[in-house]
Every structure is written in structure tokens, then in C-alpha cells.
Write a protein that binds this ligand. Structure first.
Ligand SMILES: NC(=O)c1ccc[n+]([C@@H]2O[C@H](COP(=O)([O-])OP(=O)(O)OC[C@H]3O[C@@H](n4cnc5c(N)ncnc54)[C@H](O)[C@@H]3O)[C@@H](O)[C@H]2O)c1
Length: 332
């Protein structure tokens, strides 16, 4: 049994991780989350109170962070400003949380010699051409495109430096695009699912050719637990489930699974600097640590996710109108 400090555990992937830990281990979890617009207490509802505690606070506040890190056996660091579109409109919170917040946690991990796992994204590698057969590996050079991905790249480099310079016992994982329960409706897949549930036509950026490599959040969680358990200190592991799909195919699948015509969507203005294609080669994680994803099939994972949004309207309904009004103001 270990005591985990999970930052950002009331967000999308962090809350999926907390549910996964409670279901598959006997660890206890303290969630440290600022409850920004992206964090939601309701994502932790129903979890056992004797094993999960929520502390509302900022990862950039050393006075809050220090005692929580001191009492943990490991820190799993998910907290971030995570939405590319927001980073184009107001980059500052991305620097505060992704850079200063990570620095603050690393300093506490260093002071108390606590194991640290840093959650990052494949977006640090930039994008690939649509017809390029290459996939990202752990040795792909960093080439971030947006304020979001550049601050995530910066936070990864801080972790590497704290391992090398100060001996912090840290690992890093860079994961591809996640989908699953508890994802904010501002994001592509839940936005389109909830549009269909509300009788609104799904919206597709540009021509919909952009490719993302989708992984179910539960598979991301099992990979992180595997790295915490067996990962080598100082190493980076790429996490992906061979789920490459272009955005047009994803929208068509959502419509098809809802029993609607697959062309019942609207094209909207593309996002500036929209990365073309991401693709992950997760050979290292699979061969060195023996991890395998559960959702090998994107369509079944998507159908399960659609069922979750259908059954949990009270979770997403309070934010839906505001998100659509915001996108409408930008012609999206
Ligand atoms: N969403 C993806 O597809 C994806 C893919 C790969 C990696 N990641 C990474 O996974 C992590 C989680 O992503 P997500 O999609 O769940 O994000 P999210 O936006 O849904 O959740 C982020 C959480 O962090 C909290 N938070 C933000 N600033 C904070 C601060 N200063 N102090 C404490 N808490 C704060 C928010 O309240 C929220 O609960 C991020 O580090 C992201 O870069 C995401």
C-alpha cells in the first residue's frame, strides 16, 4: 500500500486515474487540485472517503504543496492548464501552472526525497506530415507548436534537470490524445458526443484531415501505474494504443453509433497552427515494462464513452451552454 499525491486529480485524466487506482490497488490518494473551470468535485463522487481525500489548492503554492509531498510515497503530477485553444487566447496561466507549478512540486520532491511521476503529452514533439510513416519515439526532438505544448515541453525539461542535477527520483510519460468519461465538453470528442445528444450538429475544424492517436483514459492510467511500479528512474516512456484516426472519421463514427447520417455535421474555421498528425510508438513501454492496453479497439471504447455521456448528463450539462456560446463567438 502506498500514499499517492495526485495533482489535478479532479480533472479529466487525473480523475480517471484516481478511479483506476481505487479499483485496482490498495493505495490511498490525496488529490491536490485548484478546481479551475476544468476541475470538478463530481468526478470524484462515490469514491471511498477513507481512501480518497481532496485538498483544494494551487500546485504553484509552496506552502500548500510542501506538507502534502512530505507525507506522500509518490507524486503523480497531472495538474496543468491543458486546452490548446485557451493557450492561444491567454497563455499566462499556462506558464504559471505548467512551469512554476511543476517547479514547485519538484522542489518539494527534492526536499523530501519523494518519488515523482510527471504526466506529459506527445504534443511536445510537434506534428508529423499526414503522409509521413514515422511515429514519435522517446528520442524524437522536441518541437512544440502552441503555448500549451511549449509549457508542457518546458515542464518535461525541468523534470529531466531535477533528476540530473538534484537526484530527484522521477520518471516522465508522454501520452497521445485521451478520450473517456469525465472529459470537459470543450474538448473534441465530448463536445461532439454532447452536441449529438443535444440535437446540435457536430462541428469539424477545417477539413477534418488532422490525425490524432486516441487512447482510452483507463489505458493511460494502467500505463502510469506500470511506470510507477517498474519504470527506471530518469527514463521517459511514450504511451499510446495504436489508435490513429482523422477527426472526420471520429465525427462520422459518433454519428453512426448514434444512428444518424454520417454527413450530418458542419465544417468550422480551423484552429490557428492546428497540428496535422500525432502518432506514438509505445514499443519501449510494451517491451521493457510489459504494458498492454485493454481497449485495442477505438470503436468499442468510443461506444462506451458515448454511453457514459448519455447516462451522466448531470455531470456535463452545467457547462455545455457556456462552451457552445464561447465557440460560437469564434465562428466554431
Ligand atoms: N487530454 C489529453 O488528451 C492529454 C494527453 C496527454 C497528456 N495529457 C496531460 O495530462 C494531464 C491532465 O490533462 P487533462 O486533459 O486531464 O486536463 P484537465 O484540464 O481536464 O485537468 C487539469 C486539472 O488540473 C487542475 N489544475 C489546473 N491548474 C492547477 C493548479 N495551478 N493547481 C492545482 N490544480 C490545477 C484543474 O483544476 C483540473 O482538475 C495534463 O498534464 C496534460 O498535459 C493530456
Amino acid at each position: 500500500m502506498a500514499r499517492l499525491l495526485v495533482t489535478g486529480g479532479a480533472g479529466f485524466i487525473g480523475s480517471n486515474f484516481v478511479h483506476h487506482v481505487i479499483a485496482h490497488t490498495d493505495h490511498t490518494v490525496t488529490v491536490l487540485d485548484k478546481l479551475t473551470y476544468a476541475g470538478n468535485r463530481a468526478s470524484l463522487a462515490g469514491l471511498p472517503e477513507d481512501r480518497v481525500r481532496l485538498v483544494v489548492g494551487d500546485i504553484a503554492d509552496a506552502a500548500v504543496v510542501d506538507p502534502l509531498v512530505a507525507e506522500a510515497d509518490a507524486v503523480v503530477h497531472y495538474a496543468a492548464e491543458s486546452h490548446n485553444d485557451n493557450s492561444l487566447h491567454d497563455p499566462r496561466p499556462f506558464l504559471d501552472t505548467n512551469i512554476i507549478g511543476t517547479y514547485t512540486l519538484l522542489e518539494a520532491a527534492r526536499r523530501h526525497d519523494v518519488r515523482f511521476h510527471h504526466i506529459s503529452t506527445d504534443e511536445v514533439y510537434g506534428d508529423l506530415e499526414l503522409d509521413d510513416p514515422a511515429r514519435f519515439t522517446e528520442s524524437t526532438p522536441y518541437n512544440p507548436s502552441s503555448p500549451y505544448s511549449s509549457t508542457k515541453a518546458g515542464s518535461d525539461l525541468l523534470v529531466r534537470a531535477w533528476v540530473r542535477s538534484f537526484g530527484v527520483r522521477a520518471t516522465i510519460s508522454n501520452c497521445s490524445n485521451n478520450y473517456g468519461p469525465y472529459q470537459h465538453v470543450e474538448k473534441f470528442i465530448p463536445r461532439q458526443i454532447t452536441n449529438v445528444l443535444r440535437g446540435i450538429r457536430p462541428k469539424l475544424y477545417g477539413t477534418g484531415e488532422n490525425v490524432r492517436d486516441w487512447i482510452h483514459a483507463d489505458d493511460h492510467s494502467s500505463a502510469v501505474l506500470t511506470i510507477l511500479d517498474k519504470g527506471e528512474i530518469g527514463q521517459t516512456y511514450l504511451i499510446g494504443a495504436d489508435g490513429e484516426k482523422d477527426n472526420k472519421t471520429v465525427v462520422e463514427l459518433i454519428l453512426q453509433l448514434s444512428g444518424q447520417p454520417t454527413d450530418a455535421y458542419d465544417l468550422v474555421t480551423d484552429r490557428p497552427g492546428h497540428d496535422l498528425r500525432y502518432a506514438i510508438d509505445s514499443t519501449k513501454l510494451r517491451t521493457e515494462l510489459g504494458w498492454v492496453p485493454t481497449y485495442g479497439d477505438f470503436e468499442s471504447g468510443l461506444a462506451a464513452t458515448m454511453d457514459w455521456y448519455r447516462d451522466n448528463e448531470s455531470w456535463w450539462a452545467p457547462t455545455k451552454d457556456g462552451v457552445e456560446a464561447f465557440y460560437a463567438s469564434k465562428g466554431q
